[in-house]
Design a protein around this ligand. Structure first.
Ligand SMILES: *[C@@H]1O[C@H](CO)[C@@H](O)[C@H](O)[C@H]1NC(C)=O
Ligand SMILES: *[C@@H]1O[C@H](CO)[C@@H](O)[C@H](O)[C@H]1NC(C)=O
Ligand SMILES: *[C@@H]1O[C@H](CO)[C@@H](O)[C@H](O)[C@H]1NC(C)=O
Ligand SMILES: *[C@@H]1O[C@H](CO)[C@@H](O)[C@H](O)[C@H]1NC(C)=O
Ligand SMILES: *[C@@H]1O[C@H](CO)[C@@H](O)[C@H](O)[C@H]1NC(C)=O
Ligand SMILES: *[C@@H]1O[C@H](CO)[C@@H](O)[C@H](O)[C@H]1NC(C)=O
Ligand SMILES: *[C@@H]1O[C@H](CO)[C@@H](O)[C@H](O)[C@H]1NC(C)=O
Length: 487
């Protein structure tokens, strides 16, 4: 079993308490004769297709809420603090980066994204998403190292992506596949004091501003009413998704243009037309939704790839930018909305197969440093996906920490390609940590409460994907084990 909360999210937007909590798989109810099988199938397709839109609404409303309940598009909201153990708004928060969020509406105008000149050695990525959560373009250190400059953000459904050809006054152009979208800047933060520095001195240099209207109306303006009014309660998720999809899909075409006819045919057959939804006769929404759940949950089993030593992740081509893989897109929407492309970040999860006795703990053996252009971390979560309270306020161990090698020396001081082994101890806060483990200790929950942990690689090199790098070995050992010998 993978952890129930799949955490390749890394991004802070695994949204708490989603309605698609895992439950027992639905029984395979045979289609009764009065069921319209085609419309039923089209409904299943449409719900899977539309699920990311529900998270888009949550994202949009949360920006408004953080901005003093003022609906805010085409601007940038800078988060100033890192999550800690009392932060329960989102699941699987990272403690590696500060976020800046934008809700994008290109219905009447283009935007300008500005990047300040940045000190070298500080990882950042400014991902742009379409309304379905596809990460179709990234500015940042890992892929497109930018010495600062301005970029035009415009709508072009035919060939979405980044074009770094300078034009007019811009260093490049970001071509969005849908008029509505989002951006979620992440800037590396080294420690809490550094978060203050980043908040005061780096974030403000990143801006998103609207150009004057260009005289064309591509879609209705992206308003609070458009995303929230006149829809069934979210608790009735299947109906809610169908209504929201009927409303937004006509103006927000699939990223892959070859899919337009198929998507539109399914939506029509499922009862979504002219902006609203009406349930066709012979369609059972309850049954459709249980089929959807089966499809979405099976992504974990069918699409994840083993990375060795019990670690697994989505293959690169199914990460961040989903094209016609709507099942994976829906799965990610619920488990780590606004995932990054694999070129920017990887989030391997560990498959926990055995429970620990109260006097046991996990020792994690790294076979050399993970190869990254940015940095890496391993973060601890309780069974709910929240950070674990502890006296050190230590929620992760990472490439910038003071971890030591078994012999001597700091892990962060060795050569970037060092193959020397080092170890972490994931041990409960109920035990005093042995002094020799102090710097390599990642506190796990008190008692023998269950937990999950996630690796995050920012700016991963090819060796982390092609299995050249041996993933860490996780072993059950007695509490406060002897330090391994240096190898
Ligand atoms: C409905 O979908 C299922 C699974 O995708 C497929 O096996 C079945 O043939 C489809 N039925 C119709 C009538 O299209
Ligand atoms: C703020 O959030 C609440 C739900 O938590 C929502 O009802 C409200 O509409 C939001 N405010 C705005 C301006 O969107
Ligand atoms: C946790 O974060 C909140 C919000 O940033 C802050 O008010 C609080 O002081 C933090 N708790 C600790 C123990 O630092
Ligand atoms: C980086 O820029 C190039 C153009 O120089 C573009 O083709 C590519 O899509 C960009 N990569 C990402 C991940 O945005
Ligand atoms: C719809 O499907 C559910 C789940 O399979 C079933 O319990 C229910 O009886 C069906 N409703 C109708 C009206 O057929
Ligand atoms: C750990 O606990 C188990 C069961 O409580 C016990 O059998 C075992 O001897 C303990 N091991 C150590 C090293 O204390
Ligand atoms: C690492 O050690 C230095 C020197 O003792 C200290 O200033 C710094 O805060 C430590 N860093 C972390 C992340 O613990």
């Amino acid at each position: 079993m993978f952890p129930k909360l799949l955490a390749f999210s890394l991004c802070a937007l695994a949204i708490a308490h989603t309605a698609l909590a895992t439950d027992s798989p639905s029984s395979q109810t045979p289609l009764s004769s009065d069921l319209n099988a085609d419309a039923q199938n089209a409904t299943v397709f449409s719900i899977i297709y539309g699920i990311p839109l529900t998270q888009y609404v949550v994202f949009a409303n949360s920006i408004a809420n953080k901005s003093g309940n003022v609906w805010t598009t085409n601007s940038i909201f800078h988060e100033k603090t890192l999550a800690n153990a009392s932060y329960h708004t989102t699941l699987l928060s990272n403690v590696d980066t500060l976020h800046s969020e934008s809700l994008i509406d290109l219905s009447t105008r283009d935007l300008v994204a500005t990047i300040p000149p940045l000190e070298s050695g500080r990882f950042y990525v400014w991902p742009f998403y379409d309304v379905y959560g596809n990460n179709f373009c990234n500015l940042g250190t890992a892929t497109n190292n930018s010495a600062g400059g301005t970029y035009r953000v415009t709508y072009r459904p035919a060939e979405p992506g980044c074009d770094m050809t300078p034009s007019d006054d811009y260093k490049g152009t970001i071509y969005m596949p849908t008029p509505y979208g989002a951006a979620l800047l992440r800037i590396e933060v080294k420690n809490p004091a550094d978060a203050t520095y980043v908040g005061n001195s780096i974030q403000p240099g990143f801006t998103l501003t609207a150009l004057p209207p260009n005289g064309v109306q591509l879609a209705p303006r992206l308003t609070e009413q458009l995303l929230n009014s006149g829809l069934s309660p979210r608790a009735d998720l299947a109906l809610y998704v169908m209504q929201l999809t009927a409303r937004l899909a006509p103006f927000n075409l699939p990223e892959d243009g070859r899919e337009i006819a198929l998507v539109q045919a399914n939506l029509r057959l499922a009862g979504a037309s002219r902006g609203s939804y009406s349930q066709p006769s012979g369609v059972n929404l309850t049954l459709a939704f249980s089929t959807v759940k089966d499809v979405v949950h099976s992504v974990q089993v069918k699409k994840f790839e083993s990375l060795g030593n019990g670690w697994a992740g989505l293959p690169s081509k199914l990460s961040g930018d989903f094209h016609d893989h709507y099942d994976v897109r829906a799965f990610v929407a619920f488990n780590g909305y606004m995932q990054l492309q694999a070129s920017e970040a990887l989030y391997p999860v560990y498959e926990i197969t055995q429970t620990l006795l109260s006097n046991q703990t996990y020792r994690v053996e790294f076979f050399g440093k993970p190869q990254v252009d940015g940095f890496w971390s391993l973060t601890m979560y309780d069974a709910n996906g929240y950070l674990v309270p502890n006296g050190l306020e230590r929620f992760s161990l990472n490439s910038r920490d003071n971890m030591t090698y078994p012999g001597s020396g700091l892990v962060r001081d060795s050569a970037p390609d060092s193959k020397e082994r080092f170890y972490m101890l994931l041990q409960s806060t109920s035990y005093d940590i042995a002094p020799e483990w102090q710097s390599n200790w990642l506190p796990s929950p008190a008692g023998s409460a269950p937990f999950n942990f996630i690796l995050r690689f920012y700016g991963p090199k090819e060796s982390l994907v092609n299995k050249e790098y041996q993933y860490p070995k996780v072993e059950k050992v007695a509490v406060n084990p002897p330090l391994p010998k240096a190898i």
